[in-house]
Design a protein around this ligand. Structure first.
Ligand code: T3D
Length: 257
């Protein structure tokens, strides 16, 4: 069904692997569309309670496929029509999504990782705001997230000088959550994803709604936002299970509903 990605669901986790290893998983229009379709399918699938985005081969994603860029290209339209739908599908996903950054994440590949809730990095991973090297500005939501994670000064440095950040520094900067040794990569990523898949999925979706607006709303507006979210969380089976398990002094078993 897919040609530029691989998609499979195992134990509540949807694995979405970018699959153009010869081109370091650079984006084509087809790949953007296939990622969007796969994310929407994961969103609609009740079996899926966590999504992992990663790359086949030595790279995570090298950004836009530069072989497909020409003078006729309207970059604004490409962003609106191809990248926008993909990024909105990721940001609006009410399930946890993890970027398992196995190698270099450059240009819009960096932005793709930034759109996810968590970034796990292999010792081989690196981040590169490559846009400046081809005379472009960071796009695909890059600076919206990057400035919040690392602050304005560091975001300016990474974007204007275009220097590569290695995995360990990415964790120090707050760009990535965890550094994982190459030998432990598969097992650690799977364990992290399965842990997320066992949590109360609806509550995670509602936490994401709050996180997405936390710095945009006034304090008063935010109090109302969280009241609406908590009302919904309070009606879930997982909330009832959490309280019952606490009273019965046992571990809760959440079903994601
Ligand atoms: O319209 C719009 O605005 C669209 C949105 C654009 C957003 C963007 O993403 S703009 C930024 C585009 N990306 C880049 O500028 C990154 C270009 N790539 C690199 O700088 C380097 O490849 C890396 C730093 C990522 C990795 O370097 P290295 O030395 O490990 O690998 P390499 O030898 O450069 O690349 C290996 C192969 O992948 C090579 O192909 P070959 O020679 O073996 O046939 C290379 O051409 C290919 N490749 C890497 N990146 C891209 C690519 N092919 C097409 N597009 C790429 N982005």
């Amino acid at each position: 069904m897919y040609e530029t990605i691989r998609y499979e669901v195992t134990d509540g986790v949807a694995w979405l692997r970018l699959n153009r290893p010869d081109k370091l998983n650079a984006f084509t229009e087809q790949m953007n569309k296939e990622i969007t379709t796969a994310i929407k399918s994961a969103a609609a699938d009740e079996q899926v309670r966590c999504i992992v985005l990663t790359g086949v081969g030595r790279a995570f994603c090298a950004g836009q496929d530069l072989a497909s860029v020409d003078e006729q290209m309207d970059h604004g339209e490409v962003l609106r029509n191809q990248y926008g739908p993909m990024l909105k599908a990721i940001r609006q996903l009410e399930k946890p999504i993890v970027a398992a950054v196995n190698g270099v994440a450059a240009g819009a590949g960096f932005s793709l990782a930034l759109a996810c809730d968590f970034r796990l990095v292999s010792e081989r991973a690196s981040f590169l705001n490559a846009f400046i090297h081809v005379g472009l500005i960071p796009d695909s939501g890059n600076l919206h997230v990057l400035t919040k994670l690392v602050g304005q000064a560091k975001a300016a440095e990474l974007s204007i000088l275009g220097e590569k950040v290695q995995a360990a520094e990415a964790v120090q900067l707050g760009l990535a959550n965890r550094l994982i040794a190459v030998d432990e990569w598969e097992a650690e990523v799977s364990a992290f994803a399965e842990r997320l898949a066992a949590l109360p999925t609806k509550a995670i979706g509602l936490i994401k709604r709050s996180l997405n607006v936390a710095t945009e709303l006034s304090y008063e507006e935010f109090l109302e936002q969280e009241a609406q979210g908590q009302r919904i969380a309070g009606l879930t089976a997982d909330h009832r299970e959490g309280v019952t398990a606490f009273m019965e002094k046992r571990k809760p078993v959440f079903i994601g509903k």
